[in-house]
Design a protein. Sequence first.
Length: 120
Amino acid sequence: MSPVQQYWLPGYGLSRHIVLGHIQYFLGPSATARPYSYQGREGYLINGVPLTREQIDDLAVMSREYERQEATRMAHNTTGGSTSSSSSENSATQPEPYINEIIPISQPGTRRQPDPRGGR
C-alpha cells in the first residue's frame, strides 16, 4: 500500500457531495478531503493514500449520476413537469484527455522550518 500523502485532486466532473461523502469509502476511515483551490483551479485537498485512476473514474461516474438525479429532482420541484432526456450520453463516445490527475502537495507531518531572520 502506498504511504499517506497530501495531494490535490482537480475537481473537473467531480461533485463536492460525492467526493466529500465517499472519500473514506475509497481510502479508508483516516482519509480526509476538503475543497481546495490550487493555482487558480478548484478541486480537493486530500490526505490519504493516492487515489487510483479507476477510483477517480468511479467518483466521476457517481458524480454524474448524482448531478443528473439532483437536476431531475429540482426540475420536478420547480416546474412540476417532466424533463426531457439530453443528448449528453451520445457525446460521451469521444475520448477526452484525462485531466483529473492527482498532484502531490506535501507529505503530512513535514513543516517548513521558521526563517531565523524572522518574517513569514
